[in-house]
Design a protein around this ligand. Structure first.
Ligand SMILES: [Zn+2]
Length: 395
């Protein structure tokens, strides 16, 4: 009898050990595959090559190369510390001269030409327009657009379904549903008619971005980083969340309390992901110094969870509620999908560095603290995920 008891006990312990080991194993595996497969690099190779080639052609064009080369010569003659630090940060000190020259032209084209659009030179402006239009036409062909529009319609529908399931007033549900229904995906076709017309780098350097002025989701070339079969839908749901995040809501509905206040308070708590408040300690000082206009100052005072490009300054804490809320809403929408992929936010498996004061929390906090803490998502993934934070329930 005693022997049997011992046997049962040891078998139970063995079972517990195995299940615990498997759970941890699976948790790790969710992201382990990410680095092994590195899905990003295998996607859309042809399209990525086209972008690289187009940028190189642009940087080597007579007009731009002449400017780049003369600035490089100037820097070399002046033994410029800027040039030395540029070489050092890229480990180019022992690189061949031709490679350095090409990389310099590419750097110059991006940071001195594209960032400065419209330039004073009309020929260069036309090169910029052609570059953007050619890339957009090649990478976002009809089949890509049709496919993405289809995914987006589905996510819009699920977002409204989720909103309607919440215990909030009909009046508020109507505001939210109308807003969501009107969101459009924005594709660059004619550069000068596009939402990117003042900022070509937002097309060339970004993926998906909610644009409050047009209530659209602007599609930049980095959209290619998100494969259809993995997590494009959760990215789109995140962008939809920005249409009524804490910052957007207070601007558009200053007299109505944000319907997700309870969720917001929870996201701010330590039991959840401890989304940081905007640090306003420097606000008065920056305003008095004239670094912030009257308009921005009163905007910040009226919209406490919003961040502006010039406040908080680099290193000072930005508000993290809008970004964490968008993730929370994305997880809510994903929980409506019958067969949700284990890789619901595969891109967040990438270990990232968060700059002090960032409006983002780290990728692993986003994944484990928000996405996987959603109980429906968690159970759909077989409850394999450990170390999650509490779920921020609207009920
Ligand atoms: Zn976002």
């Amino acid at each position: 009898m005693i022997l049997n008891m011992k046997k049962i006990l040891s078998l139970t312990l063995l079972y517990l050990f195995i299940s615990l080991f498997c759970s941890i194993g699976n948790t790790v595996d969710l992201c382990k595959q990410f680095t092994e497969k590195s899905y990003k690099s295998k996607m859309y190779l042809k399209e990525k090559k086209f972008i690289d080639d187009s940028l190189l052609k642009f940087a080597n064009s007579k007009e731009i190369a002449t400017l780049a080369d003369s600035l490089l010569t100037e820097f070399i003659n002046a033994k410029s510390p800027t040039l030395f630090s540029w070489l050092k940060t890229r480990n180019f000190e022992n690189e061949k001269e031709e490679i350095i020259a090409t990389q310099w032209r590419l750097y110059f084209a991006k940071n001195f030409i594209l960032a400065d659009y419209p330039t004073k030179d009309n020929t260069i402006n036309q090169l910029i327009i052609n570059l953007n239009e050619d890339i957009a036409k090649f990478i976002f062909n009809k089949s890509y657009k049709t496919k993405l529009e289809k995914v987006f319609s589905k996510i819009q529908e699920l977002s409204i379904k989720k909103i309607n399931s919440y215990p909030i007033e009909i009046k508020i549900k109507t505001i939210l549903s109308k807003k969501i229904t009107k969101i459009k995906l924005h594709w660059l076709v004619k550069f000068e008619d596009s939402n990117f017309r003042n900022h070509p780098l937002e097309f060339l350097d970004w993926g998906f971005a909610y644009d409050p002025t047009h209530n659209s989701i602007n599609i930049g070339v980095h959209a290619l980083n998100y494969p259809f079969n993995v997590n494009l839908d959760s990215i789109l749901a995140h962008e939809i969340g920005h249409a009524f995040d804490s910052c957007r809501w207070t601007q558009e509905n200053p007299k109505i309390e944000w319907p997700f206040k309870k969720v917001g308070n929870c996201l701010r708590s330590e039991a959840s992901i401890n989304a940081k408040l905007r640090d306003d300690n420097l606000l008065e000082q920056e305003f008095k110094k004239g670094k912030i206009s009257d308009e921005v100052y009163s905007f910040l005072k009226n919209n406490l969870t919003c961040n502006k490009s010039n406040y908080p300054p680099i290193g000072t804490q930005s508000d993290q509620l809008p970004e964490t809320f968008a993730d929370w809403f994305s997880a809510e929408v994903m929980s409506e999908i019958k067969k949700v992929s284990e890789n619901v936010r595969y891109d967040l498996c990438e270990n990232n560095h968060i700059n002090p004061g960032s409006s983002y929390i780290s990728n692993s906090e986003r994944l484990f603290g928000i996405y996987y803490s959603n109980p429906i998502l968690k159970s759909k993934l077989g409850n394999k995920i450990l170390n999650t934070k509490i779920y921020c329930d609207i009920n």
